[in-house]
Design a protein around this ligand. Structure first.
Ligand code: ADP
Ligand code: ZN
Length: 296
């Protein structure tokens, strides 16, 4: 089986071909430019690939409500050319195959449930901490949508007592993304994350904000696994700091051995590693194909 996968990121696009076992057999990557330059490259890549379906995990915000007139559009992004851009429609006009369409983080959560760290579970959260912060939510065996889609990167934060940084989110200032995404680290300390020593105070503060959001998410969604990916999470010293802070925040209240005894297996890095996004898009494509067959 040949399924197309598109990881549509704000920095780069990754396109690939995979199968029903999550194996990626071919991939290509290019920088995200104006859509009039980027989408033709996507179309050219898939033109001779004979895929049976295509899954897209996209940067957002995006419209994923099937009844909406702007279903398939990227919506309010300030990225030049991408605001109100009909990404799904542009591809559907060229390829008459079933399409899966969701946020990049929902896609990654889905891929992790199918083949990765949350394999076989009925719930998980997937965080990416990179240029922005996003949270994919999988619950009771399905990806969660609602009015739009979860926007867990923008939850408001309580300040670390030693942190006087204003935050960089253009909408909220000191929301999670404004305080903890890669650009916030750089603006606060004057150095990029990978340039800071592993024992720098930055990491305790970073863990404080991520753990705060995870604590709220555990209380709200009761996920069976929490997966943390994205460039900033390459700093592996963050994992023990985050786990410790989550335990302190919960203070024994959530009575589950997964948290109280096995938190090292509960808050983890992506089982699919750097492929989480592309495999997630593949999983969306597979699911679109299955739904299409079931509806015939
Ligand atoms: P994107 O979010 O654009 O898809 P990434 O997940 O790679 O891409 O995130 C990029 C952000 O993560 C940048 O702000 C960068 O400084 C930061 N980053 C990337 N690698 C590291 C690292 N090894 N350590 C700390 N921060 C990193
Ligand atoms: Zn925000």
């Amino acid at each position: 089986m040949r399924i197309g996968a598109i990881e549509a990121g704000g920095t780069k696009f990754v396109c690939g071909i995979g199968d029903e076992n999550g194996q990626i057999e071919d991939r290509i990557s290019f920088p995200t430019e104006h859509p009039d330059l980027t989408l033709p490259k996507v179309i050219q890549y898939f033109q001779d690939k004979q895929v049976e379906a295509i899954g897209i995990g996209s940067f957002g915000p995006i419209d994923i409500c099937p009844d909406s007139p702007t279903y398939g559009h990227v919506t309010t992004t300030p990225k030049p050319g991408w605001g109100n851009y009909d990404m799904l429609g542009t591809l559907k006009r060229v390829f008459s195959v079933p399409f899966g369409w969701d946020t990049d983080v929902n896609a990654a959560a889905f891929g992790e449930v199918k083949w990765g760290a949350a394999k076989g579970l009925s719930s998980c959260l997937y965080y990416t901490v990179g240029t922005g912060v996003g949270v994919g939510v999988y619950s009771e065996g399905k990806l969660i949508h609602g009015l739009v889609h979860p926007e867990g990167g923008h939850v408001l934060t309580r300040r670390h007592p030693d942190d006087h940084f204003a935050g960089v989110c253009p909408y909220h200032g000191d929301c999670l993304e404004g305080m903890a995404a890669g650009p916030a680290i750089e603006a606060r300390w004057g150095l990029k994350g990978h340039e800071l020593p592993v024992d720098h105070k930055a990491w305790e503060i970073e863990a404080f904000y991520i753990a705060q959001s995870i604590t709220g998410a555990i209380l709200l969604n009761s996920p069976q696994k929490i997966i943390l990916g994205g460039g900033v999470m390459q700093q592996s010293q963050l994992f023990p700091l985050i786990r410790q802070a989550v335990l302190q925040n919960l203070n024994g209240y959530v009575s589950s051995s997964a948290i109280l005894e096995h938190i090292d297996d509960y808050i983890v890095s992506p089982g699919l590693g750097q492929q989480a996004g592309l495999c997630g898009a593949l999983a969306l494509g597979l699911s679109a194909r299955e739904n299409h067959i079931a509806s015939q």
